[in-house]
Write a protein that binds this ligand. Structure first.
Ligand SMILES: [Zn+2]
Length: 160
């Protein structure tokens, strides 16, 4: 049996040790918040002493990852972009890309959540994904020249 599934959870800020509080998203994003019904765990030192927070699950209010400061939030977004590019460009399926990256990162599949990544894991996964993209695009280029067929990456430019 798992522990209780319904929040709010007791979590403490990993940056300053203060307790986090469950708040409406508008507390951080302001009145223009796209989804004011969403909740965040926000460090009780926010905004004067600390800027760490993390989103809460819409239904059970459990935290969606670990609390992150501005820099880590930015890195996690970048890591998502890099991984999305791998499957959106058709090099793998979405599921395949997650399994592939988990293996490259030495993670078990169930730990493969960018929302839990540290700075280091974000930087590593961005590097690994970009490496694959560069390599595949190089191959795409060769294919393109040898066969004189348009490949995915050069197709949008139109007819050769
Ligand atoms: Zn804090």
């Amino acid at each position: 049996m798992k522990r209780k599934k319904h929040g709010p959870a007791d979590i403490w800020c990993p940056y300053c040790g203060r307790k986090a509080e469950l708040r409406s998203a508008s507390y951080v994003y302001g009145e223009k918040s796209i989804k004011p019904e969403r909740h965040l765990y926000v460090c009780s030192g926010y905004p004067a002493y600390c800027d760490a927070y993390v989103g809460a699950h819409e239904h059970n209010l459990m935290p969606l990852g670990t609390m992150a400061d501005g820099e880590l939030r930015h890195l996690r977004i970048e890591a998502h972009y890099a991984l999305d590019a791998v499957w959106k460009r058709g090099y793998m399926t979405r599921k395949g890309a997650y399994v592939w990256l988990a293996n490259k990162m030495n993670l078990r599949e169930k730990d493969m959540h960018i929302g839990l990544f540290s700075y280091y894991c974000c930087q590593e996964s961005i590097r690994i994904c970009r490496e694959l993209l560069v390599e595949r695009e190089k191959k795409g280029g060769d294919y393109c020249r040898k066969t004189e067929h348009r490949t995915r990456h050069c197709a949008p430019a139109g007819i050769r």
